[in-house]
Design a protein around this ligand. Structure first.
Ligand SMILES: [Zn+2]
Length: 405
């Protein structure tokens, strides 16, 4: 929560779902599993779309199964970003780049060859250890005002703070953004990337809603949150990543190094015109979500009636929301595969679809591959182009149910 207004409006209710990163081991298959409501509320005052927090951030993020470096396109995105921002901010040996939720060092690694000092902050010890082994100093901690204060007191003030896909995942948004204000140098810049709520709704990306994502933002709402913590957004980019993200550039309110960009002014106007600050703007989303569920089930039922075999590709968090909400289990999808060895041999939470090695696809030759991380579908279809040898096709569920030969 950002403001204290009681939450009265539903954006969408996806029913009960397990935590999407709680992969099930063979030994746990016969045990009870915890399900929590996946019910997104909308605040009528600040228009922050948000989930109630049912579990502590510690229990979600202390051991995390997501290793950013497993996605080639995401590492490439990070590499391009590092080159761009190092030039834009003239970063050098005297600078300090701090990344919050630095994961396995997929991003900070690109600053090292430029001789720019870096510090990662990552609460999941298992992924932080991978970053350390690549020479990236990483604190295994949660970020907020307290840690920012400790670092600032120790003279660690950032010229650049990076936060990619973390703003939506922090349970206390005020503590997090307040921490950025504390840690950021007087002329420093913080860039954050997060899914854009407007795109999420326009393209039915309801599967990016899961318990680990507490907040869903419009630009206007983020601008309001940063302003409440003494910062302003001087620039913004609309990115194709994760189905449509924003990359915001924040500075201290008193820092006049650069003027507010035209893209900020244009996006403000675009959101105002779309009605982002009115409840009506949000009213059709829930119906669109239900329609997508019916279309996907309709297609899968038809495919099974024809005797087709279906395998999944990937075991991302978004896949678990989709499969649990739609009730898709091994009655439709025989198995899924993932390159992440941490996930192989385990089962998807709730649906208990087995996660196998990608080579299983070559061995079993399924007719259809349901691509769960649809945001990187081009990358996956290129990797799996060999399924055409046996007439295999790809099924992409979002933004619309579509088959690719
Ligand atoms: Zn509010």
């Amino acid at each position: 929560m950002f403001c204290t207004t009681p939450l009265r409006h539903t954006l969408v209710d996806l029913g009960m779902s397990p935590l999407c990163e709680s992969y099930v081991t063979a030994g746990q298959l016969n045990q009870m599993e915890r399900f929590y409501p996946l019910h997104v509320f909308l605040c009528e005052q600040c228009f922050l779309a948000q989930l109630h927090q049912y579990v502590s951030a510690e229990s979600i993020f202390s051991e995390y199964a997501y290793f950013s470096s497993y996605s080639e396109s995401w590492v490439e995105h990070a590499k391009r970003y590092a080159a761009m921002i190092a030039k834009r901010l003239s970063l050098g040996a005297q600078s300090l780049v701090i990344e919050v939720a630095s994961n396995d060092g997929y991003l900070l690694q690109h600053f090292l060859p430029r001789g720019i000092p870096v510090l990662g902050i990552e609460p999941a010890a298992n992924v932080a250890a991978v970053a350390e082994s690549h020479g990236i100093p990483t604190l295994v901690k949660f970020f907020g005002r307290s840690l920012a204060g400790e670092l600032a007191a120790a003279g660690k003030i950032a010229d650049l703070i990076v936060g990619n896909n973390v703003l939506a995942q922090v349970p206390d948004i005020n503590d997090f953004v307040g921490g950025i204000n504390t840690l950021l140098g007087a002329r420093g810049v913080a860039t954050l990337e997060f899914p854009h709520l407007m795109r999420l709704m326009a393209e039915n990306q309801f599967d990016t809603i899961y318990h680990e994502h507490f907040s869903y933002f419009s630009f206007l709402t983020v601008e309001r949150i940063f302003a409440a913590h003494g910062m302003k957004l001087v620039d913004v980019e609309e990115l194709p990543t994760h189905g449509g993200s924003l990359r915001i550039y924040a500075r201290h309110i008193g820092d006049h190094t650069e003027p507010t960009s035209d893209t900020v002014i244009a996006l403000r106007e675009k959101e105002q015109e779309a009605g982002v600050r009115s409840l009506e703007h949000y009213s059709s989303f829930a119906d669109n979500v239900k329609a997508t569920k019916r279309k996907l089930l309709d297609f899968l039922i038809g495919a099974k009636q024809k005797g087709l075999t279906i395998a999944g590709y990937g075991a991302p968090g978004k896949g678990n929301t989709l499969l649990n909400y739609c009730g898709i289990r091994t009655d439709f999808v025989d198995y899924t595969v993932d390159r992440n060895t941490y996930k192989q041999g385990k089962y998807l939470p709730g649906t208990h679809i087995p996660i196998l090695h990608p080579d299983t696809i070559k061995q079993t030759k399924p007719d259809l591959i349901l691509i769960l991380p649809w945001n990187v579908k081009e990358e996956i279809m290129a990797q799996l182009s060999y399924i055409r040898e046996w007439g295999g096709r790809f099924l992409v569920p979002i933004p619309e149910v579509r088959v690719y030969s």
